[in-house]
Design a protein around this ligand. Structure first.
Ligand code: NAG
Ligand code: NAG
Ligand code: NAG
Ligand code: NAG
Ligand code: NAG
Length: 497
């Protein structure tokens, strides 16, 4: 980004000089043109340098990224930010400075009744509805971070649960600290060409080596998005090389076998492997608004055109309006296959899908998000320098600052603090479905639907416990959910009679 900025400012200066020399008219006109040009240059300069990306010195950056893991006992009075269901696997107890404010960040649960404990943070994947930090003092702020797949944590998708939280950090753009682009670890991946294979070579691989046009590599074959059924249908019309456990028809090279970890899938070798394919299946495991993962970003990174299904509004996050094939744009799987085949045999049309790689990223919404995000998920990113090397620390800062604002308001030393309560918009996973015979995601799926609706009973029981300041053992909770469900079934039955 800095090189672009420099370039822009140079162009600016050049334009000003040219403007001044070019004008051979009256002096006043000359001054007028010069002033306007200078003002425009100044505006561009300010917008690029001053406003969106705060420049930090090296010491500031290292201070933000520093982790002091020695338990801190002399921190009385420092507000505590307590990870209740922790995202950290080790013990953390740490006074962190975020600009002008400080918080003691810890996951030591024995501090729950400490008067300094002001914020409780919950990690979605470890959320235990039967074991909440109760009673909740009226000034206790609760925060939720959930970066993993929403599948299996459907309880968060219910009003009773999500409204417990004052702040969230989820894949949803409406969350307080959204991490929709978390899997686009470096923004420069969008225009990176390291792993791209020329179209000529792709055609050779297709014709001589017998590669299929489409790549599929998955090992989670049973998902609420019904991914495998769709790919199986598509496979009837067009060849797909499937290397994962799901619908496997080809062997991965030995060096790329996963061995239960994702590491191999981030290796350069795997990226090169994907880059050889013209198209890649990019279907998420759950269909939720704004739930977007590496399944989309990886093919975009290596220049394999993604065939996308997942967030219904995924278009908002694509580099430009012609960089992916969206399943939802086709009336049937046959039509989609026909289109892919057409692109496979029409080089010019295919190449249009990769034009964004030449820095033709037209999506201002996406650019704005990437420019403003204050975390980065990989140390190797070239373009942007950010305060935090993980959105987890970024969220800690966000929540710590909000809490200080709230405290100042309560102490009557700060401005009004508007109540903040999360809503269903912060999660937004509609009921899971299945594909019909034509390949449209419209059929109610009884199995996943059961998990989805059962979470409603969990949410009701959780709410009753919460209102009564009660915590219970997990097995008791399971029993309570069961009887809640039976009660509901009985009532429905009565209504029918
Ligand atoms: C947690 O905090 C308590 C004091 O509240 C302390 O005695 C205990 O050692 C701490 N636990 C760990 C693992 O640091
Ligand atoms: C895509 O964007 C270009 C310019 O950015 C515009 O001219 C074109 O109409 C858009 N196409 C679609 C299908 O929206
Ligand atoms: C609020 O008041 C308490 C007690 O007077 C004080 O300890 C605390 O630092 C104050 N907090 C803020 C954010 O001003
Ligand atoms: C935090 O959330 C709780 C639960 O929804 C709510 O009662 C409380 O008023 C909220 N606090 C603030 C400061 O918004
Ligand atoms: C739960 O605890 C809160 C805070 O101590 C208290 O105000 C409330 O009355 C309690 N509720 C019940 C049902 O005991």
């Amino acid at each position: 980004m800095r090189t672009i900025d420099l370039f822009i400012s140079r162009v600016c200066i050049a334009r000003c000089i040219i403007a001044a020399m070019w004008t051979r008219r009256r002096f006043i006109f000359k001054v007028f043109v010069l002033t306007i040009s200078l003002l425009i240059c100044l505006a561009i300069f300010l917008s690029k340098f001053v406003f969106p990306v705060p420049k930090l010195s090296d010491t500031e950056i290292s201070r933000y990224q520093e982790r002091n893991l020695t338990p801190n006992v002399d921190s009385k009075g420092t507000p505590i930010l307590l990870w209740w269901s922790s995202i950290y696997s080790n013990i953390v107890d740490d006074v962190k400075t975020f600009g002008t404010v400080q918080c003691r960040v810890t996951n030591n649960r024995t501090l729950r009744n400490n008067p300094d404990s002001k914020v409780f943070i919950f990690y979605g994947s470890h959320f235990e509805p039967y074991d909440l930090p109760l009673p909740r003092h009226k000034n206790h702020l609760w925060a939720l971070i959930h970066e993993e797949s929403p599948k299996n944590v459907y309880i968060l998708n219910h009003e009773n649960t999500i409204t417990l939280f004052n702040f969230t950090s989820t894949f949803q753009r409406h969350s307080n600290y959204p991490i929709t682009t978390q899997w686009l670890k470096c923004p420069d991946w969008l225009w990176e060409t390291t792993f791209m294979v020329s179209l000529e070579e792709k055609n050779r691989l297709r014709n001589i080596e017998g590669l299929a046009p489409i790549l599929y590599v998955h090992s989670d074959c049973h998902t609420p998005s019904d991914r495998d059924s769709f790919v199986a249908m598509l496979q009837k019309y067009i060849k797909i090389d499937s290397y994962g456990v799901c619908l496997n028809n080809k062997k991965l090279p030995e060096s790329l076998r996963f061995r239960g970890s994702m590491v191999a899938m981030e290796s350069d070798e795997f990226l090169k492997f994907v880059g050889r394919y013209k198209f890649s299946i990019a279907i998420e495991n759950a269909v939720c608004e704004d739930y977007i993962t590496e399944k989309l970003w990886r093919p975009l990174r290596v220049g394999s055109v993604p065939i996308v299904f997942g967030s219904p509004s995924v278009r908002d996050f694509l580099p430009n309006n012609h960089s992916a094939i969206l399943v939802q744009d086709f009336r049937s799987v046959a039509e989609l296959a026909q289109y892919v085949e057409y692109l496979d045999t029409h080089d010019e049309k295919y190449a249009m899908y990769l034009r964004f790689k030449k820095r033709k990223i037209k999506n201002n919404f996406l650019q704005d998000i990437l420019r403003k995000r204050d975390w980065q998920a990989s140390k190797d990113c070239k373009t942007f320098r950010t305060k935090h090397n993980s959105f987890i620390y970024g969220f800690e800062e966000f929540v710590c600052k909000e809490m200080h604002e709230f405290e100042r308001y309560m102490n009557q030393t700060g401005p009004r603090f508007e109540k903040k309560i999360a809503s269903l918009l912060h999660y937004n996973c509609p009921e899971p479905k299945r594909f019909d015979k034509l390949g449209r995601y419209t059929v109610r799926d009884r199995e996943w639907l059961r998990e989805w609706t059962d979470a409603r009973y969990e949410a009701v029981v959780m709410w009753n416990l919460y209102s009564n300041n009660r915590t219970v053992q997990p097995d008791v909770f399971v029993q309570m959910v069961k009887s809640e469900k039976e009660k509901y079934a009985r009532n429905i039955h009565k209504l029918k009679i």
